[in-house]
Design a protein around this ligand. Structure first.
Ligand code: HEM
Length: 438
């Protein structure tokens, strides 16, 4: 039995950390070229096995919550939101799961659809006849409003004010999977102040709702029962809400921005999308459940962007007991991670993987069905993204309504993936838009 081989080029002390943060895709592709499906990285002393290919990916998802632990890998998130849902131990997680199910039930999704269409239409109305916008930043604001209105309801969302979202942004800026979250760094001090402020704002809202129920999405969260039949504590509700707003924010904004950028960059496919939109969206901004289901080319564009530019490029676990995959043993104490930079570009799964080709998801080709977990953008197994359908619906609505109304062109220079310590997104990208001639 042998441990994973280390990718070449690690530095003393830092190991592969700098490449991991700045050009993770190239580092992972180099590892796969040097050693195949499983290889190792050194992140400042922490050894990480990168698991790619069918056997290793399966081990990653089936061993999660068994020999692989998710809680420790997400300690940096728990420092922000508390030990709630997927950030908690397995038993607490199982107890919280029905709340996630209630929030994303079929009937709730229908409510969210209408809210999303309304928010996106209002955003478009405010854009006017023509102008310029920086699409990555624009999506951050739009997605924030969508989530706020969907999970809190209009009344609470409108009363929160700018200070709430500024504090919320201080949480985002403190995302750091590398440095210990208890270090007294300015960003962690700001995080703790922001947490206290947000908690002071949200706790009274929960008391108030428990005393005086109303008919809106926030009530659903306040009333949802846990697996053991009890209601969650106020603290749990506040933590869950913050974690939810957060889990779906930069991730969805990044992929929504890339979806738009890639459609502008690919006019031939955009023509197909426009024909579909013009046929199906007959009245202004009218997207209902049936229209959304039929917007197949839009949906394939969303999927292709998820493959090529996933916001969550890797997910991680810690290894609690030696993990044996074929000839290789990943020792306890290591971490393991997935790698979209490798698996989403495998030539045995995807035809010309470097090419933008949404039709690879069509019923005739189904390239994403050739292997379990072929697409990793939303994770897999028990912890597969609870908000996946919500995010896909939101991205499809944004793209459909935007391209229904406007002609767009990119006026920035070179576009790149911007990787920070949180999720990936496009670098600042200016678009010029002009209302379409009818
Ligand atoms: C494009 C947008 C999104 C992407 C790329 C994304 C990605 C992911 C990934 C990769 C995971 C698995 C994490 C792991 O196994 O370590 C995950 C889990 C999760 N996501 Fe998302 N997500 C997105 C949108 C959302 C939205 C909109 C919400 C909610 C509003 C959300 C809520 C969650 C939750 C609650 C989990 C944990 C599920 C569990 O452990 O059972 N996500 N997401």
């Amino acid at each position: 039995m042998k441990s994973p081989q280390m990718v070449s080029g690690g530095l003393p002390v830092l190991g592969h950390l700098i490449d991991f943060v700045t050009k993770q895709d190239q580092l992972l592709q180099k590892g796969a070229k040097e050693y195949g499906a499983i290889f190792g990285l050194n992140l400042m002393g922490q050894k990480v096995a990168v698991l790619t290919g069918p056997e290793a990916k399966n081990a990653f998802f089936t061993e999660t919550d068994r020999t692989l632990n998710m809680e420790e890998a997400y300690e940096f998130l728990a420092a922000i939101f508390g030990k709630v849902a997927f950030l908690a131990d397995h038993q607490t997680y199982q107890n919280h799961r029905p709340i996630l199910h209630a929030l994303f039930s079929r009937s709730q999704m229908a409510v969210y659809l209408d809210v999303i269409v309304e928010v996106v239409s209002r955003w478009l109305d405010n854009l006017g006849e023509e102008g310029e916008m920086e699409i990555a930043g624009e999506m951050i604001e739009l997605v924030q409003e969508v989530a706020g209105r969907c999970f809190l309801g209009d009344e609470i969302y409108e009363n929160l004010g700018n200070r709430f979202w500024l504090a919320y942004n201080d949480l985002s800026k403190a995302l750091d999977p590398v440095l210990p979250p208890t270090w007294p760094l300015p960003k962690f001090i700001r995080r703790d102040k922001a947490k206290a402020y947000l908690s002071n704002v949200l706790h009274p809202l929960v008391w108030e709702r428990r005393a005086n129920p109303k008919d809106d999405p926030f009530q659903l969260l306040v009333e949802a029962k846990m697996k053991d039949g009890s209601l969650p504590s106020e603290e749990t509700i506040v933590q869950l809400l913050m974690a939810l707003l957060f889990a779906g924010h930069e991730t969805t904004a990044g992929q929504a921005a890339w979806t738009i950028i890639q459609l502008v960059q690919n006019p031939d496919y955009l023509k197909i999308v426009r024909a579909e939109i013009d046929e199906l969206i007959t009245a202004a901004d009218a997207i209902d459940h049936n229209t959304l289901r039929d917007l197949k080319y839009v949906s394939m564009a969303v999927d292709e962007t998820s493959r090529m530019y996933p916001s969550a490029e890797t997910i991680m676990r810690t290894v609690e007991e030696d993990l044996v995959i074929g000839e290789i043993t990943v020792p306890a104490g290591w971490m393991v991670q997935t790698a979209t930079a490798v698996d989403h570009f495998r030539e045995d799964l995807f035809d010309n993987p470097q090419e933008y080709d949404p039709l690879r998801f069509s019923p005739e080709r189904k390239e994403d069905r050739k292997e379990k977990h072929a697409i990793l953008s939303f994770g897999g197994g028990l912890h597969k993204c609870a908000g996946m359908n919500f995010a896909n619906m939101e991205m499809a609505i944004i793209a459909a309504l935007l391209f229904e109304r406007y002609e767009l062109e990119i006026i920035s220079g070179e576009l790149k993936v911007q990787r920070g310590l949180g999720s990936s997104r496009p670098s600042k990208t200016m678009l010029r838009y002009r209302i379409r001639e009818t």
